[in-house]
Design a protein around this ligand. Sequence first.
Ligand SMILES: [Zn+2]
Length: 502
Amino acid sequence: MTTTTADRLVDYDEVLTRYEPVIGLETHVELGTASKMFCGCSTTFGAEPNTQTCPTCLGLPGSLPTANAAAIESTIRIGLALGCRIATWARFSRKNYFYPDIPKGFQTTQYDEPLCTAGHLDVEVDGETYRVEIERVHLVEDTGKNLHVGGSTGRIHGADHSLIDYNRAGIPLVEIVTRPIPGAAALAPEVAKAYVTELREILVTLGVSEVRMEQGNLRCDVNTSLAPIGSLEWGTRTETKNVNSLRSVERAVRFEMRRQAALLDEGQRILQETRHFHEDTGTTSPGRSKEEATDYRYFPEPDLVPVAPDEEWVASLLAALPELPAARRTRLSDEWGISPTEMAWLVNAGAVELVSETVAAGASPADARKWWLGDLARRANDTGTELAGLAVTPAQVAELIGLISAGTINDQLARQALDGVLAGEGDPAAVVETRGLAVMGESDELVSAVDAAIEGNPDVADKVRGGKVQAIGALVGAVMKTTRGKADAATVKRMLEERLVS
Ligand SMILES: [Zn+2]
């Protein structure tokens, strides 16, 4: 039995003393094709409900589907990027079930003859590489979208009535299904997250989808099971549906491990069921008990010809694949002269692209990393945003670094210039100009500040004259203070030495 409220949970570390987790992920990606899978309707997001429909995607009698060639090409490219075998002959099936968001009464999907099989994706967590085996990559059409009105939860339970938007019905959806992933133990939640993160990077690189998780372009079903350590059999899995952020993927696995361990400790059985994930609490609750494939009465779709990708065409798609993220990271590590661990920091900080663009805009790799992982990471952290969400572009960071290299500003002034850029005052050079941040040259102003420091601190000046050269720091500090940090410390030190040390 499962309970709907206040599930008992076992401490995470304790779960691992008794149980071995096995995870699995089904990722659904809405392709960015201009038209739907089996008709010419537009796929533009956010249109008025039911304005992007036609007899085919509404399943009206007599309408006939035609497969979208661009969607098939995108699916094959995804399969190739994941090292899959590409079928020479694949077919669509009808998955029969009645639900209001499926106007045809069946979903057209690839079932026993998918386009891509037997691939893999390597992900790295804590310096360890985990190979995630990909079972299949196949095409399916998306369903419409139900909107349940009047209830407090947005779910059908308790709602007054429901509205259905068929704009999404028939949008091509690629499902990427992993084989079960054992052996990750305590890192299972992180491996799940790392897998989806890496997959998302690949999809972005391929340009096949917008992969905006918040718009539902990328949704994950997260399977989790536990087995007693040493057991030869895997446990019964639950499937947490439609998890739509990278962080939630990790949280969903963690929660299910803790919940299932409590049930198993009590000698209860885990129900094979789908579960909902709740973003606000980080918990899951039961959905429906999972149907078996036989319940859907699959049969080959009679209205569509089989897909038979030509081998030469597939070879040309493989040859034309862009550089994939893992290869790119290796190349950039070499170019930037950094270790895999340092690259992992950049990946975790979401800074690879930003550093790369900053370097492309003229900064040295070392300076670009220093600013993105240092000052900018701190500011992002303070404001609770992602690095990429900061109101500063890589080109502006490169400009800032250029101003430092040229001696126009120092690091401290650069931070003030950055304040101005983030406040929307313009590019770094303009901020330096309007805020008057440029380092002071050996001007009259600086000369009098140096003289004033010596006059104002006669004891210190005497010490320096008497040979205690390290005492000069206090005088440098005094000059920096009167010039509000705009003087160059090395210049000030040299000027003081000229006056005090002969
Ligand atoms: Zn249509």
